[in-house]
Design a protein around this ligand. Structure first.
Ligand code: AMP
Length: 380
């Protein structure tokens, strides 16, 4: 643990998660330097400074380390070599490279989760075509084949129903190592955002419910429409995972809720998460502030929900870069809009989100109201 009080925080990655983190870090009086190859990145626009360089440019990474009292990152596929390099030079990086080594490898990640005594979908590692028959035998179909490394937002994934389809997916993966996972006929997808401090305190937000559209998060219901006991079990599992991995910072554990209220962990993201955006608007201490607190050795704040909420992602559709309909959206005073300062609304790109505060339980009417609100927005 660093003995010097933190003044400057370095952030590898300049996306929206870094931006929302930097906004909270600035409010709390810290200087923020980000490193991103794209000038005026979403984080760079609100940080004190941006180093414009590739993520694996070691000279630039070293400069970030030299000028920061602690370094963090805002996407989980950050090069482990960059993080290890900083650690070797004696810089503090949160979470550490040992966390990334597990979470960047779907096989190691699932084995780790099982070692914690927490269930996952059945899986087998696929390194060559010869492994497919064995996996088909032990895991069965339907299945999902995923690249072991580098996948995000549903990229590098194939749903397969037969050995022929699995062979086609293997060919499409072009030699990348794969995981063969049993397809889980889940009732809901849940996630728990949590934060762990260096002194092993862990705080967890209530479990939320996520709806994806072709692999990209579309909507989060906070809290999830599940029994309290399920929510508490998911929170306890997330806390165990954070402790056993030794994460310092905010992280997210994603779950499938299967028949009989069985919870299976799908993956761990060692960073603030899209499904935790609601915490900005409906909790006194957001997931980003918790991350600042954890990496700067400040006390964590046990989450309190001041309101229920629905978060809707605002994606680009390639039709234009101007977002029309904002006045109409904001005529509903229960809605808070967050835009990420990205210039081009490329199709499926995460451009922003809004949080709709919900009085009372989250029911079909509230969800319908959020979907109608999203339709007021359009790119032109
Ligand atoms: P992932 O990249 O693992 O988060 O997967 C993206 C999305 O694909 C998940 O949020 C699920 O909707 C779906 N998915 C992934 N793995 C499975 C599985 N084993 N069974 C059912 N759906 C899955």
């Amino acid at each position: 643990m660093s003995a010097t009080p933190v003044k400057t925080i370095g952030v590898i990655g300049g996306g929206q998660l870094g931006r929302m983190f930097a906004l909270d870090a600035k409010r709390m009086g810290y200087d923020v330097i980000t490193l991103d190859p794209q000038e005026r990145s979403p984080t760079g626009q609100v940080a004190d400074e941006q180093i414009v360089a590739a993520y694996d440019d070691m000279a630039a990474i070293e400069e970030l380390g030299r000028r920061s009292d602690v370094v963090t990152y805002e996407f989980e596929n950050v090069a482990i070599a960059s993080v290890e390099h900083l650690e070797k030079l004696g810089h503090r990086v949160c979470p550490s490279s040992s966390v990334l080594r597990v979470t960047q490898d779907r096989i190691l990640e699932k084995r780790f989760v099982r070692d914690c005594g927490i269930p996952t979908a059945m899986f087998e590692a696929i390194e060559s075509a010869g492994d497919l028959a064995r996996a088909a035998e032990t895991v069965g179909f339907p299945a999902v084949l995923k690249t072991v490394r580098g996948g995000y937002d549903g990229k590098g994934q194939w749903r397969v129903g037969s050995i022929e389809e699995a062979e086609a997916a293997l060919a499409a993966a072009k030699g990348a190592a794969l995981i063969f996972e049993r397809f889980v006929p889940f009732e809901r997808e849940l996630s728990v955002v949590a934060t762990r401090s260096a002194s092993d305190d862990v705080v967890t937000y209530p479990a939320v419910e996520n709806e994806h559209d072709a692999g990209i998060l579309a909507m989060t219901l906070a809290p999830a429409r599940v029994a309290d006991a399920v929510c508490e079990r998911a929170q306890a599992m997330a806390a165990t995972i954070g402790r056993r991995l030794g994460i310092v910072g905010t992280y997210c554990v994603e779950f499938f809720l299967a028949a009989g209220d069985e919870l299976l962990v799908n993956e761990i993201a060692p960073r603030p998460h899209n499904s935790g955006h609601f915490s900005i608007d409906v909790t006194p201490c957001s997931q980003y502030e918790q991350h600042v607190r954890a990496i700067c050795d400040l006390p964590l704040s046990p989450p309190r929900m001041l309101s229920n909420a629905i978060m809707m992602n605002v994606l680009g559709d390639g039709r234009g870069d101007h977002l029309a309909g904002i006045p109409e959206l904001l005529s509903d005073s229960s809605i808070e809009l967050h835009l990420y300062g990205k210039r081009h609304a490329v199709a499926r790109r995460k451009m922003g989100h809004f949080t709709m505060l919900v009085d009372g339980p989250i029911d079909d009417a509230a969800i319908a109201r959020a979907r109608t609100a999203l339709k007021k927005l359009g790119w032109e």
